[in-house]
Design a protein around this ligand. Structure first.
Ligand code: ADP
Ligand code: ASP
Ligand code: MG
Length: 409
């Protein structure tokens, strides 16, 4: 009997009616003879509401308590979906992350899954139940509730699929697949039938929130067959994440444009140019569990250099606080920063065998008078940091310049 893990995002379970709709889809899949594990997110807006509430009470909310609170969103939807399934005559049982149990490390608000105990789920599945699991949450060794970072229900879905060796993991959302860029920003974006795992990894890590990056990492590590589909449409095969490049030989050089406003830039001016300086600056930042993204160090002059890097916007203030004593210690001149930046990235495995992609991107932005603040490249992507106010324009013109617009019908 095929075992399928389905994940439904916030909009898909955003109201009682939507939950009943999801229940009908799940019931159908169950009747067709599949064993089903269903992961749900909190109702749309709920996680944001809870986070805002916490900030009203404590300026920088305590991470442990934040996870206790924010994980309640998913506890509501698992129970509601199970009720809706029972109403349709389907045996269903809900579990929180700690009941499953989904064991994580203890990095509150961005915990990583360490292991999943599948025994209980297997028993239920064999007894004909649909198993409904709360996304986004787990439990650490000491029994504390943890959460997996925004968008973390995708990761719960894929991790369960990996643990259960499911035949497929289906991520149901409010768009019918992965597009060449966010269709809400560029209406002419095209849905991709397939995208390679590597490209999806880049798109996700560079800001395409359709899948949380860790879910793609899991899919890659455990070779989970992963598909993105719409819960709002009855038909359609969505987008399949493939593991072989040659499955899409006909495909274009560039598969998509990703973007994010989630970053902030920090520049340290007048840094003494000597061995160990990068470590002295970035070591304490890393020790505080803050991820550093782009790093640029200029050529030194007169023994001094400038050093810039980006961090998540949520970590901006914290990073500046950490750097204050460091700057004094290394005797750098000053720190500047800004969180009104955006990062726009051009992604495609075809870039490996095509020259001139970077210059096309730079020319396209130059023609619009958009100033480039930072650049970083890899074999399959070019990322550019620009002023946030030009982000949508940059995405649109790059999308067009690389021929990604769908043909006018
Ligand atoms: P869910 O609540 O179902 O997890 P998300 O809002 O997290 O849904 O992710 C779906 C959204 O991702 C879409 O509504 C779309 O605006 C956005 N998105 C960003 N980039 C892309 C892309 N390349 N393809 C499809 N959707 C994208
Ligand atoms: N509810 C969580 C969030 O909004 C997890 C998820 O939806 O994937 O980030
Ligand atoms: Mg999501």
């Amino acid at each position: 009997m095929p075992l399928i893990v389905q994940k439904y995002g916030g909009t898909s379970v955003g109201s009682a009616d939507r939950i009943k709709h999801v229940a009908r889809r799940v019931a159908r899949g169950h009747k067709e003879g599949n064993q089903l594990v269903v992961v749900v997110s909190a109702m749309s807006g709920e996680t944001n509401r809870l986070l805002a509430l916490a900030r009203e009470v404590q300026q920088r909310p305590d991470p442990r308590e934040l996870d206790v609170m924010v994980s309640t969103g998913e506890q509501v939807t698992i129970a509601l979906l199970s009720m809706a399934l029972m109403d349709l005559g389907v045996k269903a049982r809900s579990y929180t992350g700690s009941q499953v149990k989904i064991l994580t490390d203890n990095a509150y608000t961005k915990a990583r899954i360490v292991s999943i105990d599948e025994e209980r789920m297997r028993r239920d599945l064999d007894a004909g139940y649909v198993v409904v699991v709360a996304g986004f949450q787990g439990v650490d060794e000491a029994g504390n509730i943890t959460t997996l970072g925004r968008g973390g229900s995708d990761t719960t879905g894929v991790a369960l699929a990996a643990a259960l060796k499911a035949d497929e993991c289906q991520i149901y959302t409010d768009v019918d697949g992965v597009y060449t860029t966010d269709p809400r920003i560029v209406p002419t974006a095209r849905r991709l039938d397939t995208i390679t795992f590597e490209e999806m990894l880049e798109m996700a890590s560079l800001g395409s929130k359709v899948l949380q990056i860790r879910s793609v990492e899991f899919a890659g590590k455990y070779r989970v067959k992963l598909r993105v589909l719409s819960s709002f449409e009855e038909e359609g095969t969505g987008t399949l994440i493939t593991f072989q490049e040659n499955e899409k030989m006909e495909a274009a050089t560039i598969s998509g444009i990703a973007f994010t406003r989630d970053e902030a830039k920090i520049t340290i001016l007048g840094v003494p140019d000597r061995p160990g300086i990068a470590y002295q600056i970035l070591g304490p930042v890393g020790d505080a569990n803050i991820d550093v993204d782009m790093i640029v160090q200029n050529v030194g002059q007169d023994g001094l250099t400038d050093f810039s890097f980006t961090v998540n916007r949520n970590d901006y203030q914290h990073t500046l606080d950490i750097l204050k004593p460091v700057i004094a210690h290394i005797k750098a001149r000053e720190v500047q920063g800004g969180d009104k930046i955006a990062k726009v990235s051009v992604v495609g495995v075809g870039m490996r065998s095509h020259a001139g992609i970077a210059s096309t991107a730079f020319r396209t932005l130059a023609e619009e008078g958009i100033n480039i603040q930072m650049i970083s490249t890899s074999e399959i992507k070019i990322s550019i940091v620009i002023d946030e106010k030009y982000m949508e324009l940059a995405v649109r013109v790059l999308h067009k310049a690389f021929g990604l617009d769908q043909p006018a019908s």
